[in-house]
Design a binder for this molecule. Structure first.
Ligand code: KG4
Ligand code: ZN
Length: 435
């Protein structure tokens, strides 16, 4: 094996991304081409446009990642690609490109679940922090946090899922590999508990949304209020200037199996995720609050105000930074509505995540995905963790939203375990993580 360099490729939604990561713990380059400008005027991702934009961007994005990392294709040890979940056409662009490149270079291909990628974004960030720490000689390395039982909240535009995350038992040494193993993967005798970080991981689903993802609710509410796409950063920026107690949004307890006569509630992903087996206390539902905001807007005659905001928002091109800018875009009552919506959503995420963490005896909480970039979420999760004496970790802001460094990082333990994708690899839009 060479330096343990993996080229990660991500194209599951509206970001074309490529990254080069060394041994799952050092990012040499991470390039993200966002399609926000393309989808902005539609207030959401248009799948056909997303595929077209990925086709345009994939070659230059991979090239810039290699240039930025100062490596050539010949230096790579593997190519990793997101194979699902996501938009079929969008996924296929990354997969087809990754397969062709792997074949042409004689490199192994590693398929990564996008959700697993988000979880590894936190682990990658922690490894990088720790490396910096030891390089500065600022004391001994911390405990091996990765060995702790963790509860991960993956909260993004497509997902609101809780997973129990544990390293699996099988580990391998990543040094002193016999020559010639780089292209076919290490054999079983290379496994050893000496380097637990290189082991593969296990994920068990603890909870999930029954309908909309939290990020989807942000995006839909933002669209309804005439704000930009994606809605999260706009609502995040505006909420800090409103009164979070102005509109009392509430979340009802999800019905238990008994109430439903033993049937799982109707849900988009019911075929692929076993909702009926999950504790209803850890199930989410964000379609209700979206409807409640819609009702509020109609009841208070805010439709015209929202429509008039669209050209102003497009001209601004970015979320407001100061209270003056926020008030130019929204009157105080709309800022209060936005703050109340966010406060309720974060409150629901917080209550269920901490109570799930307690119920599975987690030693720490990992919060990841686009919504993990939210400042109120970070503040309230950190404060609650402090109160309860449990650790909480987030990725950097850049690693919270879609990127390819997390894909290359998640691929490392799979690469180390010799789990390679076949030439038949194809997109799996409804791919499930864990059981
Ligand atoms: O992880 P991601 O980039 O893509 C998916 O896998 O879905 O997440 C995108 C989602 C969008 O719904 C976006 O509105 C939301 O993350 N988001 C935020 C923030 N930044 C992005 N939500 C709340 N606050 C933010 N600061
Ligand atoms: Zn994502």
């Amino acid at each position: 094996m060479g330096r343990g360099l993996i080229l990660g490729i991500e194209s599951s939604c509206d970001e074309t991304a490529a990254a080069v990561v060394e041994r799952g713990s050092k990012t040499l380059a991470s390039v993200v081409a966002s399609q926000i400008a393309t989808h902005l005027r539609y207030g959401g991702v248009v799948p056909e446009l997303a595929s077209r934009e990925h086709l345009r961007a994939i070659v230059p994005v991979v090239r810039s990642a290699l240039v930025e990392a100062e490596v050539g294709l010949g230096d790579l040890d593997a190519i990793a690609v997101t194979s699902g979940p996501g938009l079929a056409g969008a996924l296929l662009v990354g997969i087809t490109y990754a397969k062709a490149l792997a074949f042409a270079q004689g490199l192994p291909l590693v398929a990564v679940n996008h959700l697993e990628g988000h979880i590894h974004a936190v682990l990658l960030q922690e490894r990088e922090k720790e490396a910096l720490h030891s390089a500065r000689g600022s004391g001994p390395a911390q405990d091996d946090d990765e060995l702790k039982r963790a509860l991960a909240l993956v909260v993004s535009g497509g997902h609101t899922h809780l997973y129990l995350v544990k390293p699996a038992d099988r580990h391998r040494i990543d040094e002193d590999l016999p020559p010639g193993t780089s292209n076919c993967g290490p054999s079983d005798q290379d496994f050893s508990p000496r380097n637990p970080r290189d082991g593969t991981w296990r994920y068990s689903l603890i909870g999930r949304t029954l309908d909309d993802a939290a990020g989807e609710a942000y995006d839909k509410v933002a669209k309804l209020l005439g704000l930009g796409y994606p809605g999260g950063p706009w609502i995040d920026a505006l909420a800090q200037f409103g009164d979070p107690t102005a509109v009392p949004f509430t979340f009802a307890q999800i019905k238990t199996k008994a109430h439903l006569g033993g049937k799982a509630p109707r849900t988009k992903g019911a075929k692929t995720a076993p909702i009926a087996e999950l504790d209803p206390h850890f199930l989410f539902s964000f379609s209700g609050i979206k409807t409640a905001v819609l009702r509020y807007v109609e009841l208070h005659g805010l439709r015209a105000e929202a429509a008039a905001r669209v050209p102003q928002m497009l001209a601004a091109g970015r979320p407001p930074k100061t209270k003056e800018e926020a008030l130019e875009l929204c009157p105080q009552w709309t800022l209060d509505l936005i703050a109340s919506f966010q406060h309720a959503v974060i409150g629901d995420l917080l209550r269920k995540t901490f109570s799930a963490a307690e119920s599975v005896d987690a030693e720490r909480i990992l919060v990841t995905g686009g919504v993990a970039a939210n400042r109120e979420l970070r503040d309230r999760f950190s404060a609650e963790a402090g109160k309860r004496g449990i650790e909480v970790a987030f990725p950097t802001l850049a690693l919270s939203t879609d990127n390819a460094a997390m894909i290359a990082a998640a691929a490392w333990p799979r690469f180390a375990a010799g789990e390679f994708a076949s030439a038949e690899l194809t997109a799996e839009p409804g791919m499930v993580l864990g059981r």
